[in-house]
Design a protein around this ligand. Structure first.
Ligand code: TXD
Length: 316
């Protein structure tokens, strides 16, 4: 049996464990810093097994040792933005958490594929890559699968068709910077550009961009977690079962799309080794400009983190 560990047993982490347990594809470990909490949640999942018909091993722990030799490690550990906290404060706080978590991952599970979920997503992937020194293909971020499933749903709703018939592609950085690609979005193979006028497509694109914020506004505390966890578990399954699915994920680029040394959402082939290849689409100038704009925002945050790591210059 393969082994998958999930760091951070909050909303996204615990729900990911639940979806993965039901897929029955790996033994599971959940880790969190809150004393006892992951152990309690793991017990709760185990008790559901006889009803939900799964018997994979589920272990909760406050100790990183339990993740030893995992095949996949998912990192959802992080802090939410608190009132008065700037985006930059949050970036550096969560970067600190990712640094400490991924150091442990590199020590106990040096051969794993690492899936990053914590926001700001694309920058956290970069932090994880630098800290672990993992091979480039072994670090991948979840965002595009979530943004794409939201886009799919909005299109299905608008057209009154079955959501399963819609396939959508959203690239770019996570959040406001995402780049939905209507040209590569289709209903049973029919491009949506043939089914909807531009103005309606633009409205759906905007709703997708605001999809996370819409839920935050309604929940009042916390952010979406069911669809994010479903998206993570889709990626984990592709890796554990080595299915070679093509999914939009945050991947490290080395010249693809004219971008270098940056994580950004692109279609990748996911398999046992993580990102087995990056699929390069022939984008129009407008689409490419949007992707580059998105990458430039990620790079700005990367620079903030890089600067924060440099020791202060000595006086005199
Ligand atoms: O599309 C995406 N990538 C995202 C990202 C979609 C949804 C959520 N997204 C981000 O994931 C969100 O902005 C957060 O940065 C993370 C986790 O979201 P979640 O909703 O699960 O947050 P919670 O419920 O607050 O859970 C975070 C847990 C919590 O239990 C903390 O105690 C734990 O992380 N935590 C840690 N665990 C282990 N080790 C350390 N250092 C640690 N610090 C906090």
């Amino acid at each position: 049996m393969k082994k998958v560990s999930v760091i951070g047993s909050g909303n996204v982490g615990a729900t990911t464990v639940m979806y993965l347990a039901e897929k029955k594809i790996a033994d599971l470990v959940m880790v969190d810093v809150i004393e006892g909490m992951p152990i309690g949640k793991a017990l709760d999942f185990i008790h559901s097994g006889p009803i939900r018909r799964y018997d994979v091993e589920i272990v909760g722990s406050n100790e990183y040792e339990r993740i030893r030799d995992s095949d996949v490690v998912v990192v959802t550990a992080g802090l939410p933005r608190k009132p008065g906290m700037s985006r930059e404060d949050l970036l550096l706080k969560n970067a600190g958490i990712i640094e400490s978590v991924t150091k442990n991952v590199a020590f106990y599970a040096p051969n794993c594929v690492l899936i990053i979920v914590t926001n700001p997503l694309d920058v956290m992937c970069y932090v994880a890559l630098k800290v672990t020194g993992f091979a480039l293909k072994k670090v991948v971020g979840m965002a595009g699968v979530l943004d794409s499933t939201r886009f799919c749903y909005f299109i299905a709703e608008e057209l009154g068709v079955h959501p399963l018939d819609v396939t959508a592609l959203v690239l770019g950085g996570h959040g406001d910077q995402m780049v939905p690609l209507p040209r590569y979005t289709a209903v049973s193979g029919i491009p949506i550009t043939e089914l909807l006028v531009q103005e309606r497509i633009d409205r759906l694109v905007e709703r997708t961009r605001q999809g996370g914020a819409e839920i935050v506004g309604l929940l009042k505390t916390g952010s979406a977690f069911y669809a994010p966890a479903a998206s993570v578990s889709e990626m984990v399954e592709a890796i554990v079962r080595d299915t070679k699915r093509i999914l939009p994920c945050a991947a490290y680029l080395r010249g693809e799309y004219g971008l270098e040394d940056v994580f950004v959402g692109v279609p990748v082939k996911l398999g046992r080794d993580g990102v087995e290849s990056v699929v390069e689409l022939k984008l129009t100038k407008k689409e490419l400009d949007a992707l580059h704009g998105s990458a430039a925002t990620v790079r700005k945050s990367m620079d903030i983190w890089e600067k924060s790591r440099k020791p202060p210059k000595k006086e005199g």
